[in-house]
Design a protein around this ligand. Structure first.
Ligand code: MG
Length: 398
C-alpha cells in the first residue's frame, strides 16, 4: 500500500528509490511484531516488552534508537516509554483534572513503585496497554544504572509539573509557548544529553549546555506544532500561541476556513520564523557530538524537521490537512552514514528551499531572509573550517 505510493513519488530520484528499498528491508527486519501488544504483554520479558511497546508507539523512533550502543539504548528506550506514558495521561481528555493533575505531578514517584499500573487511560489501544503493563516498564527502568535512572526521574518530575501547570493555563504569549515546549520537548533534549554524557560517549559540554539541548527539543516540537495545525484543531487541541495568531485572526480556526488568505500564510510565516531561530543552537550542539551513532540519533530528527519546515513554509495545505515530507527523502537520510558535514549540507539545502519560497509581499519577508541567509553563511564558514581542519591533519607528517 503506502510503500508503493512512496516508490512512485520518488520515481525520478534514484538515490531515494535505493534508500526506500533499503529501509523497507531494514524495517521488515525490525518491523513491530504483528501480534497485538496486549497479547505480547503476557509472553515477553520486561525488556522485550519495552522494545515491542516502543516499536508499536513510535516506529520511526524505534528504528533510530536501535542503532545506539546497548547500555545507552536501554536507557533511551526506558526514558522514551516513561515520558510516553506521562504524555498519554496528559493527552487523555476524558480524565478529569482533579484526577489528572495529581497523577501528572506524582508520576515520577509512581515509576519507583513495584507493580504500579494504570487502567483505562489512553486515547489509543497501544497506549492503554503500555499503562496497564507499566509494572514491566518500571522493572526495566530499575535495571538501569543509577545515573540513568536519576536523569529519567528528574525529567519526568519536571515534565509532569509543567504539564499540570499548562493543563490549567492558556497558551498566550511566545514566552508561554517557549515554556510549554521546554516542558514537553526541551526537557527531553536535556535528559537525553545527560544520558549521552553518562554513557561515556559524549563530553560534559553536551550535558552542561542545557540551552543547546533545549533548542534541540524546541526546534522539533515547534516544527510538529506548526505541521499539525489541522490535526490538532480537529482534535480540539491548540498549541499555536494566541499572541501570534490573534494578529491575523479572530479565532485560530479562521485559517482553516480561509486557507488561501494572506492572513493565514503570514501567521504561518511568523510561526516558521520563530522556529528557525533555534537552528544556530542546534548546529552548535550537533557539531559538538563525538560518537557517530549518537550523531545519527540526534541529527536525523533535526534534518527531518528542517525538511518539514521548508515544506510547510508558505504552503496553504497546512490549513487543509497533513503535510508530509516524502518517505524517500526520509529513507535516504536514515540509510546514509551521516557526518557533521552531511548535516550542514542538509540544513543548507532545505534553508535554500525555504528561501526560494519567500514572497516579497509577505509580512516578515526581510526578517526571514535575513535570518536564513545568516544561518547559511554560518554553515558555509563551519564547512570551510571543517575542511581546513581536515587538510591540516592530512598534511601533518606521519
Ligand atoms: Mg501531550
Amino acid at each position: 500500500m503506502g510503500f508503493f505510493r512512496e516508490i512512485y513519488k520518488s520515481a525520478f530520484r534514484p538515490s531515494e528509490l535505493k534508500a526506500l528499498m533499503m529501509i523497507k528491508l531494514e524495517s521488515d527486519k525490525f518491523a513491530p511484531p504483528k501480534q497485538p501488544l496486549r497479547e505480547l504483554a503476557g509472553e515477553l520479558n520486561d525488556r522485550d516488552f519495552a522494545y515491542a511497546a516502543l516499536s508499536k508507539v513510535s516506529r520511526s523512533f524505534a528504528v533510530v534508537i536501535r542503532q545506539l550502543p546497548t547500555g545507552l539504548k536501554d536507557a533511551v528506550c526506558a526514558f522514551y516509554l516513561i515520558l510516553r506514558a506521562l504524555d498519554t495521561i496528559e493527552d487523555d481528555m476524558s480524565v478529569p483534572d482533579d484526577e489528572k493533575i495529581p497523577l501528572l505531578l506524582d508520576f515520577y514517584n509512581k515509576t519507583e513503585i513495584d507493580g504500579f499500573t494504570l487502567e483505562g487511560i489512553g486515547d489509543q489501544e497501544d497506549y492503554r496497554v503500555l499503562l496497564e503493563n507499566y509494572d514491566k516498564i518500571i522493572r526495566f527502568y530499575k535495571s538501569l544504572d543509577k545515573p540513568y535512572r536519576d536523569t529519567i526521574s528528574h525529567a519526568c518530575m519536571e515534565m509532569g509539573k509543567g504539564m499540570a501547570e499548562f493543563s490549567e493555563k492558556e497558551m498566550v504569549s511566545i514566552d508561554d509557548f517557549d515554556q510549554y515546549c521546554y516542558y514537553v520537548a526541551g526537557l527531553v533534549g536535556i535528559g537525553l544529553s545527560d544520558l549521552f554524557y553518562h554513557s561515556g560517549l559524549e563530553s560534559k559540554v553536551i550535558a552542561d549546555r542545557k540551552d543547546w539541548s533545549n533548542s534541540m527539543g524546541l526546534f522539533l516540537q515547534k516544527t510538529n506544532i506548526i505541521r499539525d495545525y489541522h490535526e490538532d484543531l480537529y482534535a480540539d487541541r491548540t498549541f499555536w500561541p494566541k499572541e501570534v495568531w490573534s494578529m491575523y485572526a479572530e479565532n485560530l480556526e479562521d485559517f482553516a476556513a480561509n486557507p488561501e488568505s494572506a492572513d493565514a500564510l503570514n501567521c504561518l510565516g511568523l510561526m516558521v520564523l520563530d522556529a528557525l531561530r533555534h537552528i544556530p543552537d542546534c548546529l552548535d550542539y550537533l557539531s559538538e557530538i563525538r560518537d557517530a551513532q549518537v550523531l545519527r540519533f540526534t541529527a536525523i530528527p533535526q534534518i527531518m524537521a528542517i525538511a518539514t519546515l521548508a515544506e510547510v513554509y508558505n504552503n496553504v495545505e497546512v490549513f487543509k490537512g497533513v503535510v508530509k515530507i516524502r518517505k524517500g527523502m526520509a529513507a535516504r537520510v536514515m540509510t546514509s552514514d551521516l557526518t557533521i558535514d552531511d548535516v550542514y549540507l542538509y540544513f543548507s539545502r532545505y534553508l535554500k528551499k525555504l528561501l526560494n519560497k519567500t514572497t516579497p509581499y509577505a509580512d516578515h519577508y526581510h526578517e526571514t531572509r535575513f535570518l536564513v541567509n545568516k544561518i547559511r553563511l554560518d554553515i558555509q564558514n563551519r564547512r570551510k573550517a571543517l575542511r581546513a581542519a581536515k587538510n591540516i591533519t592530512n598534511e601533518q607528517p606521519v
